[in-house]
Design a protein around this ligand. Sequence first.
Ligand code: FES
Length: 115
Amino acid sequence: MGVIKVHDQEGKLHVLEAVEGWRVMEIIREHGLPIKAECGGACACATCQVEVAPEWAERLHDMREDEEDMLDSLPIVTDYSRLSCQIIYEDELDGLELKLTDASLPDDMDAEAAA
Ligand code: FES
């Protein structure tokens, strides 16, 4: 058991207990933070998009082609964009830091409401 550090869309930091083998998206959702994750982790919606802290970007496993293709289809991505459903939490990721993006806000919350 370790933790991940998640900055929500308002910039507030949440330290979440993480379980090995869970998708990072599932950990975020389980703790009640706003993440749409519409397809439930099938790499088919990109609404679980996050930005990982630069120092973590190289420590994550490489993207599979379907994750890369999905990110390529989005209007706004950065060098640190990932789909959180495609990151499986392992002990080596203890302390992983990332931020939720407005693109992952559930439909009933817009960016203004979260600000
Ligand atoms: S939950 Fe749909 S791509 Fe991650």
